[in-house]
Design a protein. Structure first.
Length: 97
């Protein structure tokens, strides 16, 4: 009985939240990825990771951002149609190499 409870506790003390880049599908720790979230004001970058709304994650590879912004991957992930304004805003947030 006590043994089982210890195991349970050990599992809980190591929370490593991982997320997947929607382009290359590589998993990484949540902090290494940038969260994009669908809001009432378009698609926004969410550095805090706490905004409400449907979110998608991108890793810091430039190629992933380029593909996400030029294709419809983000549209599908967030179930939106990115506006030109959204794309422009997200381009500004692209991690610089
Ligand atoms: Zn990626």
């Amino acid at each position: 009985m006590g043994f089982l409870m210890n195991q349970e506790r050990q599992r809980r003390t190591k929370p490593v939240p991982t997320r997947m880049c929607i382009v290359c599908r590589e998993k990484n720790s949540k902090r290494a990825l940038t969260r994009l979230v669908r809001t009432g004001q378009g698609v926004q970058v969410d550095p805090s990771g706490k905004l409400d709304g449907r979110g998608a994650y991108l890793c810091d590879r430039e190629s992933c951002w380029d593909r996400a912004l030029s294709g419809d991957l983000l549209n599908r992930a967030l179930r939106v149609n990115l506006t030109a304004e959204d794309r422009e805003r997200l381009k500004q947030a692209k991690p610089q190499p």
